[in-house]
Design a protein around this ligand. Sequence first.
Ligand code: AHM
Ligand code: MG
Length: 337
Amino acid sequence: MSINRNVLTLDEFTLQQLRQFPTATGELSRLLRDMALAAKRVNVEVNKAGLVDILGDAGSINVQGEDVKKLDIFANNQFMGVLQHGISCAGIGSEEMDDFVVFDDEISNNSKYVVLFDPLDGSGNIDVNVSIGTIFGVYKRVSPLGKPCTKEDFLQPGKNQVAAGYVVYGSSTMFVYATRRGVNGFTLDPSIGEFTMSHPNITCPPSGKFYSVNHGNFFQYNEGVRKYIDGCQRKTKENGGPYTQRYIGSMVADVHRNLIKGGIFMYPGTIEKPGGKLRLLYEANPFAFILEVAGGVATDGIGRILDIVPTSLHQRTPLFIGSKLMMEELAEVASIK
Ligand code: AHM
Ligand code: MG
């Protein structure tokens, strides 16, 4: 079998990008390589989750009061570990940890970046073999180099991200990341254990047929959102429809599909939880960055997600994200911004 040398691996691609900036230090490329390594390790465990006694609750509750699955902890440790051992990251914040972690050693104190991540999103789906994912955002630190990073580095608005990405552990495993220059997707080739370029230059179609929302909460949403969802169900061929409702309950898979095929994903605030469920720093910001670079839109209903100045690490936000024209229609029908 001949090998197609036109297909780049993730490492080759990031190095190729780096070569276009002779003054760049390569720290971001290394950081992405570290993330991909951890993703491969997590992928191995996710794949065999049904086979070994790694399934189920680890018995503790995370900072948001939710059950923590064993794989969440494994994934958390893998991502934190590679970043700590690498040379690009000064500290991390994780959905699974109460506080941010400063890698206080000489090399890390001189590293440019901090990373915020959700190590295994949708983990409620692990037991039933549904796709799950990792989500991450990378920020250049604002504290001075040479010293340990500080809380201010982690509480930056999402627009300050220099890169963001996600991994979807699904029917195949994909690593998708965005910098301001574009969004690119890589599929894990198990025969060589490398992420290889499969989705170059991803752009989000301006319109699509998918709308993704938890219908079970319908009567908990405000009137505007209910009106929009009602309109989605009434779409006909004449006005851009019919629409298809698709909601797995695993944000990475739901937003990935809508990014590629066109669609809208919503997790609005509810009567019980006006701030919604999703976390600004670990879930909303990375996806908002990726979707915007791909031509889409992300808002909390009041304004652009990426403009929100965070006040705490684990704060939640309502989220509306997706194809540009669908988001414009949502804003009009639901009277949101
Ligand atoms: P998690 O971080 O605890 O896994 O929760 C986030 C997940 C998202 O992936 C998904 O979109 C959402 O929770 C589903 O929530 P719900 O079951 O309330 O619709
Ligand atoms: Mg999550």
